[in-house]
Design a protein. Sequence first.
Length: 360
Amino acid sequence: MYENPKSLPCLHGFCLKCLEQHFKDKCSGDEVPCPLCREEFAIPPNGLGGLKHHFFIQHLVDARNASSASTDETPCEMCLELRESGNFSEKLPAATMFCIDCRQKLCAQCSRVHMNLKGGPHQLRPLGAELEQELVQLQRSYCDKHNDELVKLYCYDCNENICVLCFAVKHMQHKTAEIPVAAKSFTHQIDSDDQQVLALVDNIRDKKDQKDKKLSDFIQQAGKVKSEIKAVENHLNDLVNNQVALQLSEVDVIQSESQKKAETVEERYQLALVAMESFHAYSRKLLDKGRSSDVTRAASELHKRATELLNNDVTSVQYDKPHVTFTPVDMNQLKHLNLIGKVTASTGNQSGTSHFANTL
């Protein structure tokens, strides 16, 4: 379960204490990679605690905690406050209800108090696992600057949810809309971005499969070349042992370099897939479980992140297998120093020597 979740610029979320442990040797201002997708970000001047709070994850965590089933070990929070102030001496009763307005777990007696307040009854729900999804939608979203004020509007100029006080003080000249209206338009945008990212995921997987096939074919071909070299070795016996070893080494070098390049392509594909599939999973959870305020809060950064992912055309990175062959020496030319032939390799339509170029 997340504790004090923080959001990185790539939108991946982590507990603050986990980030502090992971980057314990780093300082403010250092460029460090996301532990999941490796996209680099600068540690804020005031440390990792200065990263943006991940409100959507926090909201899901609060809903999960609030909806936990009632047990004897889950006391009424209102009675607990009374006992701490010295006004309650009896055994603490178990909580059976959850007040959405106060965000408190309450016993039956305290629940009745919340249903008969002068300002109007509060929203109360029975505790239990089935409460979690309902709380995701029902919990209110409060202003970051005015903790007691609910957010009502979305400011397009500032890309943030605001309360009425914020609007009156700072945003009157800005373009604003009610959060549900803004969320509806952003929902279409996020869904469209997600579909494009998913299409790119399919494309990358196709390229990955092509790379795997090319690498398999190359390794098989390299093995065939080794067999040809071995056949020549049998004819030349001890006379050509040194040259055989040299040519086998050349093949191994080519194969090793090609595999390294394939691994580089693999890593690029895998990192792209991690970033895009994470974006997809986060977008779907936001659209399926998030409130309108969650959608509007994340919409701008989600669109920015989707644009970054779509502009990073990782499919342009491909693995090209070298074409390696072995040309045996003419047995009539044994008097020459080159007694067994020469390993050559080529990539695509470009032929070359056994030292093939460092390109993917």
